[in-house]
Design a protein around this ligand. Structure first.
Ligand code: NAD
Length: 495
């Protein structure tokens, strides 16, 4: 029988009449059914989260109790790690190696990290102000926070948002992408078993366009934390403007890797392959534009193409698979359309660009790793996010032209610099217009470090102290200290 994944509202698991088939992108087969929230369930989630914050226990719990409940969630994730990794791979198409060694343990680590850190981040401050007063700056939770998550890292991004929002004392409504809700709905069971008070966490699977406005414009919501596309991000900002809410926007990217002539070519190629093709290139921080110094360009391209051609495509549950399927057929069609447009604009496809053959691959949404050269900054593929296994390789002569190419983008999420000259690379990093710069590495996310983009990649941070403080507000409480309790304001009308 196909398993059914219910919603989780006010501490109860809720099956709805409206359901949706969840597909495995490796096979195109149905693996589960998920309940879908209608406006009725959205209303329930809103009132549950509001009540839990205003009248419930969660924000009032002693910080040590909050810490121990968050740690129980981390424990629950680790206890179910194998099952969660298999489910995440089945639902997203991500190779099992990635979910087993990255997504699931890193999600557990997020809960552990914030449980161990949030009390020190909440330090209050006393400020002496003139006129004999004193102010206490108090960090408070914001209230009800709506967390909206994309399909490319469903469990990990949900965990980043959830762990930090909860540690700050907020109640939340978490909405996964309706393409990939399974691990998030499974997390509801872990949260329930950990014993969090009812209503502190509500998880609803829903179609974004149907419930987005009801969820994001509602006055009972104090904050929105969104990760996804720029198109949807703009819509959400419109909804949130109806009642003016604090928002975090983690949007798209078109990141660039700058590879200088002094590096070891094998190291640079192997790393660049990962930076472009992990998760089938469906990463906001994918280094989808690689620029190589002209002295190294020919050797780099020859080696990169040779290795891209032999990456092993296969179903996500095979430990040998290096590249799984794309998330859906429509995502694959979008990728193909970008490649066709690039061809007509004069770019050259060096390898890939096709749906692969092979019995094992024929029902999934597979696509060959694709390398494109002779790309110009005016082309669509240079400027727009493809979100698939497609990488552009171009060349530069010197540092100035490299920086110019990297910064020629509406996005500003991340960049890489590869050079043996570390002081030079560190100087260059200052000129790159992106929220993260990796030097001689790629994709290192540390829970201690705030992550977020510049320009149209959005605003606000996830992770680190800065990411935590996003989920809090500062209140200043001013107490008059004048002698005999006669503040200046006492004399204003001369009585
Ligand atoms: P998407 O914008 O289509 O969907 C994201 C989420 O928004 C989903 O949960 C979806 O159901 C919901 N949604 C859709 N319409 C909505 C509406 N009208 N109101 C409210 N919610 C709505 O994005 P996606 O296709 O799931 O993910 C890919 C995108 O996410 C890419 O652009 C990628 O760059 C971006 N992304 C960014 C980061 C980052 O950290 N900056 C990380 C991962 C993914």
């Amino acid at each position: 029988m196909t398993p059914l994944y219910p919603l989780y509202i006010n501490g109860k698991f809720m099956e709805t009449k409206d359901r949706q088939n969840i597909l495995n992108p490796s096979t195109g087969k149905v693996i589960a059914e998920a309940s879908i929230a209608s406006l009725k369930e959205v209303e329930l989630a809103l009132s549950s989260a509001r009540f839990a914050f205003d009248k419930g226990d969660w924000p009032k719990l002693a910080l040590s109790e909050r810490r121990s409940l968050i740690l129980k969630v981390a424990r629950g994730i680790l206890d179910n790690a194998g099952e969660l990794a298999a489910l995440e791979s089945a639902n997203t198409g991500k190779p099992i190696k990635e979910t087993t060694f990255m997504d699931i343990p890193s999600a557990a680590k997020t809960f552990e990290y914030i449980a161990g850190s949030f009390e020190s981040f909440l330090n209050s401050e006393i400020v002496n102000v003139p006129e004999g007063s004193q102010a206490a700056l108090r960090r408070e939770p914001r209230g009800v926070v709506v967390l909206i998550v994309p399909w490319n890292y469903p469990f990990l991004i949900a965990s980043w948002k959830l762990a930090f929002a909860l540690a700050a004392g907020n109640s939340v409504i978490l909405k996964p992408s309706s393409l990939t809700p399974l691990t998030t709905l499974k997390l509801a069971g872990i949260i329930h078993d950990a014993g969090l008070p009812a209503g502190a966490v509500n998880i609803i699977n829903a179609s974004g366009p149907k419930v987005g406005e009801a969820l994001c414009a509602d006055k009972r919501v104090d904050m929105l934390s969104f990760t996804g596309s720029n198109e949807v991000g703009r819509q959400i900002l419109e909804y949130s403007s109806q009642n003016v809410k604090k928002s975090i926007m983690e949007l798209g990217g078109k990141s660039a890797s700058l590879i200088f002539g002094d590096v070891d070519v094998d190291t640079a190629v192997n790393s660049a392959l990962c930076s472009a093709f992990l998760n089938q290139g469906q990463m906001c921080t994918a280094m989808s534009r690689i620029f190589v110094q002209d002295s190294l360009y020919d050797r780099f391209v020859a080696s990169f193409v040779k290795k891209a051609k032999v990456l092993k495509l296969g179903p996500s549950d095979n430990p040998e698979t290096q590249m799984g399927p794309l998330i859906s057929d429509s995502q694959r069609k979008k990728v193909i359309a970008y490649i066709e447009k690039a061809r007509t604009e004069g770019a050259k496809v060096l390898c890939g660009g096709k749906i692969p053959s092979g019995a094992e691959l024929k029902n999934g949404y597979f696509f060959e790793p694709t390398v494109i050269a002779e790309v110009k900054p005016q082309m669509h593929i240079f400027r727009e996010e493809v979100f698939g296994p497609v990488v552009l390789i171009g060349k530069f002569t010197d540092a100035d032209s490299a920086v110019e190419l990297a910064n020629f983008s509406d996005f500003g999420l991340a960049s890489c610099i590869w050079s043996k000259d570390i002081p030079f690379a560190e100087q260059l990093a200052k000129q790159l217009n992106s929220g993260t710069v990796w030097i001689n590495t790629y994709g290192m996310f540390y829970h201690q470090l705030p992550y977020g983009g510049f320009k149209q990649s959005g605003f606000g941070k996830e992770l680190g102290q800065a990411g935590f403080l996003e989920y809090t507000r500062i209140k200043n409480i001013i107490t008059d200290q004048s002698a005999e309790g006669r503040p200046l304001v006492n004399y204003w009308y001369g009585f």
